[in-house]
Design a binder for this molecule. Sequence first.
Ligand code: ZN
Length: 221
Amino acid sequence: MTIDYDKGGGFVPVVAQDALTGHIRMVAVANEQAVRHTLETGRATFWSRSRGELWEKGLTSGNAMDVSAVLVDCDADCLVYLVTPRGATCHTGAPTCFFRRLTIDGVTDTAVPEPTLLARLEAVLEARKGADAGASYAKSLYAGGAAKIGEKLREEAGELAEAVAREDDGRVVSEAADVLFHVLIALRSRDVSFEAVLRELDRRSGTSGHDEKRARGAAGR
Ligand SMILES: [Zn+2]
């Protein structure tokens, strides 16, 4: 099977998705030459319709995206580049081009939700820093500092260990959720992003694709 470039007049839409966070970074089009360049170099390349030329992302801005894999949809007329961005993706300086939201009232750049649950939860927990300790459990933990947060972490980890040892799957899920919640609180209390933790896991796994593929010099080999 090959890619069906003809259906779109020589172009296919390409979604650039962050391989670490799952966030969508941008959408553009690519022709056969751009896709081949991407596969050969491991660097996200599109076709610039405004300039009418091949567009290797970041060549002028420095904000390149390393591509660990190219996914093809069921009809072979649309692609996903799984990317590791080296900086902001949008020309406005925003990390992603999708920083606005469409509602029934039109386009707004306020109240744009984070695209994944963990990122949304992280944002909520950050906002709780300004809450009233009496009304917010998270705020009461922040107010208690590292001692209180550490105590809760140890307690919840112990309960998860118990559940794994001798309780049903529902209890394991519930206790794991408690642990993750308190891990997020601990990270927020130090202003450490969950993404930094993901990056560390990615680095340790050594099979993330991009390091491996970069070592081999290309996304398509
Ligand atoms: Zn943009």
